[in-house]
Design a protein around this ligand. Structure first.
Ligand SMILES: [Zn+2]
Length: 52
């Protein structure tokens, strides 16, 4: 069985899919900061993460 892919989608439609949760957290945090001037915690991102 392959590793589960994780996906997080921003409210603007930007989405990240990776099997590495830390990578998803990092990309979404960077996106939220750069595009929305918003600071997201790791927990915020984990809460929006879904299996893909
Ligand atoms: Zn966004």
């Amino acid at each position: 069985m392959s590793k589960a892919m994780q996906q997080a989608t921003c409210s603007c439609g930007f989405s990240v899919t990776s099997e590495n949760r830390n990578e998803v957290v990092k990309v979404i945090q960077g996106h939220a900061h750069d595009e929305h001037g918003k600071a997201m915690t790791r927990d915020d991102v984990l809460a929006m993460m879904r299996p893909a």
